[in-house]
Design a protein around this ligand. Structure first.
Ligand SMILES: Cc1cc2nc3c(=O)[nH]c(=O)nc-3n(C[C@H](O)[C@H](O)[C@H](O)COP(=O)(O)OP(=O)(O)OC[C@H]3O[C@@H](n4cnc5c(N)ncnc54)[C@H](O)[C@@H]3O)c2cc1C
Length: 248
């Protein structure tokens, strides 16, 4: 089915570091959606309409946030990076995707694992009550290469101030030593137990569900590790603990 496009306008562009940015797009008319779903954004070129899917980093509203990294050799993201406030951008009218809390079982603890811009859907979820009503404990794990990739830090501190011990935000930084962060990869931090000890939670089938989003290598590696703990993908027909969103 042909995508229906809404002509949006960039309301704000926040640059976190070179090539890493959040655009807020004023695009009234997007149909109501659930946090965690994605929209297409893009633009008309002389030869084609160029668009890609992006998780929405804010709950439904008239202005929507997208957390994006420029892929230097990519087709769309260098063009998105070049846009500024007031510029036009197309947004699909209808969101899709099953990476949502309504597709995720309830448990004592929810682990929200992200690499890079895979943080986006969790920012949207954390701004809504549903997450906090469904789960007693929320552990957000953000894997990045450098400290400058750790976006949304102030917002995460505010969430911590609001929810206290119910919420843990754990940065995992692979190419630098950063105070307060685990050094290395998410997989290593699961294997050596440092993730569980920082979160003060067990990562097990009996108490946890895990959402994971971002780089496909991280998803595959974490899924294999959790499989060994008896944690498998959740399906309606066969309940499990893992809900996964691949970015490429
Ligand atoms: C459901 C879904 C949601 C997505 N949400 C986001 C989002 O919120 N933010 C976001 O930045 N991207 C997101 N993506 C990826 C996005 O759709 C594009 O693939 C990405 O922006 C690259 O587009 P491009 O045209 O510049 O590169 P292309 O010319 O399409 O090249 C694609 C290549 O870029 C690399 N790549 C793609 N995405 C990323 C990434 N996020 N980080 C590093 N390398 C990447 C991969 O090597 C991929 O093969 C999402 C993808 C899917 C499927």
């Amino acid at each position: 089915m042909a995508v229906q496009w809404i002509s949006g306008k960039i309301a704000r562009k926040q640059i976190w570091s070179d090539g890493l940015f959040t655009v807020s797009i004023h695009c009234p008319g997007v149909a109501p959606f659930e946090s965690g779903q994605f929209l297409q954004i893009g633009m008309q070129l002389p030869e084609k309409h160029l668009h890609r899917p992006y998780s929405v980093a804010s709950p439904h509203g008239e202005t929507l946030e997208f957390f994006i990294v420029r892929v230097d050799e990519g087709e769309l993201t260098p063009r998105l990076w070049a846009l500024n406030e007031g510029d036009a951008i197309d947004v699909s009218a209808k969101a899709t995707g099953g990476f949502t809390l309504s597709h995720t079982p309830v448990a004592d603890c929810i682990w929200l694992l992200a690499t890079g811009t895979g943080l986006a859907p969790y920012i949207a979820m954390m701004r809504e009550d549903d997450l906090w009503e469904r789960y007693k404990n929320v552990v957000l794990v953000h894997g990045v290469r450098f400290a400058t990739d750790l976006a949304y830090q102030n917002e995460l501190l505010e969430v911590r101030a609001r929810f206290g011990e119910r919420f843990h935000s754990i940065p995992v930084v692979s190419r630098a030593e950063v105070p307060g962060a685990i050094s290395g990869r998410i997989t290593t931090a699961i294997e050596n137990g440092s993730l569980e000890s920082q979160a003060n939670q067990a990562l097990s089938a009996s108490n946890s569900v895990v959402m994971m989003c971002g780089n496909p290598q991280m998803l595959d590696d974490v899924e294999a590790l959790l499989d060994a703990r008896g944690m498998v993908r959740h399906k309606k027909s066969a309940p499990g603990q893992l809900v996964v969103e691949r970015y490429w």
